[in-house]
Design a protein around this ligand. Sequence first.
Ligand code: NAP
Ligand code: HSE
Length: 428
Amino acid sequence: MRVIKIGIIGLGTVGSGVLTLLHKNSELIKQRINCEILIKSILVNNISKKRQLVHSAYQSLLTDNPDTLFNDIDILIEVMGTIDVARKHIEYALKNGIHVITANKDLIALHGGELLDLAKKHQVSLLFEASVCGGIPIIDMIRNSFQGNHIESILGILNGTTNFILTLMERENKSFSDALVIAKELGYAESDPVNDIEGYDAARKIAILAAMAFNTRIPIGDVHVEGISKITLCDITYAKELGYTIKLLGMAKEKDGFIKVQVNPVFIPLSHPLANINGVFNGVYLEGDFLGPSMVYGHGAGAFPTASSIVGDLISTINSIDSKNFTWCTCFRDLKVKDVLQTHSSFYIRMTVDDQPGVLASISSIFGSHNVSIYSVVQKKSIEGHAEIVMITHKVRESSMYDSITVLKSLHVIKKIDSVIRVEDEQS
Ligand code: NAP
Ligand code: HSE
């Protein structure tokens, strides 16, 4: 039987999951692809670290020497993370005829195009399914199953940590900071959670998905990013009262020859399919011109779901080695990302104002003069002379929204603009 020799870089969360999957399901995989997968070596940072391995025999495969790793392998699995070191190893592999599989969204979002070009130059494969939404095969679906469609929009809950925090705030009335502490205790949030909570992790993932869906490279710096650290329980409560839930969404849409790509908290109607994706789960809702709407759902992280995608890529690579039927960069267009201020959105605005005659009229007049049309208004009862006003607008140019907020802030009767959050609702 044919033997395919692989090397792995990294034996942390994902690397251990890959090793366990390959160990436990080796017979099934062997029968399915009529080929034996032989792990030749595993590169780690700290060789003397104590590890719980799925079988003690794997201990002898560990090395901290890249030369040992690269000696006589057909396929490299990179599950180490970082940008520069991982890039160096991946480039070395590609240049030496070694196929590569990676889970590294940071590297792919930044340098995926160049790495795919390098893979093409050396006629080897580079796959990265696990880099977006862990176990959900969304890249394969976009690249293969949905190929006949113009993809019109992608909306994704792409980060499990933030979805867990928002779910906890909504269901258990936790504040953002209390929910973050719980997410850390449960191992969902890292000790430095900035990449997750400020939306950078989701931004890299939506940049990768948008590049695949719209066949154009997306410079990561062009993705507008806002996280969830300013979301309060008060906004979550209003959202519920108004028939919405708040989700951190990665969004990509093509319109008039431009791409809109952004990550930010969004009010979505409770009836939207993504509204029911809670806890650490991820989901991607996309629309194609022939497909219509479609949604996939599952674990966006974790050792085993992520290993499932890595091993899926491994099997695809093995199956296409002989035919060299690899997919490289699919970006044959050069579309620009539109400046977010020139795009249109609906907004939820919460403000604290003096409770006196004429205030609502002044607010409406400022919005009116900026072409901001109001869809609904709620005013709660006054406390100590101050009232809380919540408005939802129709779709407006974002620059008009922010210009009107600047003017509102200068009115002495407006005490505070508490929140401004986008609304994704066909009705508004
Ligand atoms: P991790 O638990 O921190 O593991 C990293 C591994 O890489 C460790 O085994 C470490 O070695 C090794 N390593 C670090 N620097 C190295 C170096 N210079 N040379 C050789 N080995 C080195 O990370 P992870 O959570 O498994 O994530 C790995 C990758 O998968 C990242 O790109 C991440 O974004 C991506 N990813 C993760 C998840 C997830 O659920 N965790 C999901 C999707 C994608 P030691 O063991 O010796 O320290
Ligand atoms: N930190 C990510 C999340 C998982 O919370 O979804 C790795 O991509």
